[in-house]
Design a protein around this ligand. Structure first.
Ligand code: AMP
Length: 120
């Protein structure tokens, strides 16, 4: 299994080497606006600890941290006013999902009707 690459862009954001448009931050997570949004609201939620992808996160993080992380995603959805109108969360893992940034993240998307998921 490949090692976490701390030169990835989200690691640089966490080290404040490059800026981001911050939505929320605490000791455990950072949330910021996606630079290339696919909907009216599109933010990224990332843990401050080093995990390469969703699979790495759920198979190696402590259950308490996994639970805390997803509870904070829900808290941010509420903070952004997305509970009533609805939202989608996406996490790309690996090649077929075209994961670009090898630091686990959840896309939290809403603010407009997102349409259905794409069927074959
Ligand atoms: P993924 O394909 O799931 O790895 O998605 C990576 C996401 O990071 C894409 O939606 C990009 O638009 C977004 N992104 C890349 N660089 C930045 C950045 N500097 N600030 C905010 N979002 C970024």
């Amino acid at each position: 299994m490949t090692k976490y690459d701390n030169s990835n862009i989200f690691a640089k954001i966490l080290r404040s080497e490059i800026p981001c448009k911050k939505v929320y931050e605490d000791d455990d997570i950072l949330c910021f606006y996606d630079i290339n949004p696919i909907a009216d609201t599109h933010v990224l939620v990332i843990p401050k600890r080093e995990y390469r992808s969703f699979d790495d996160f759920v198979t190696t993080a402590e259950p308490e941290y996994i639970s805390l992380f997803f509870n904070k995603v829900a808290m941010i959805a509420k903070k952004l006013g997305l509970i009533e109108s609805g939202y989608r969360i996406i996490s790309n893992h690996g090649l077929n999902a075209n994961q670009e940034v090898p630091h686990f993240h959840v896309h939290l998307i809403g603010g407009e009707n997102l349409g259905g998921i794409k069927y074959k």
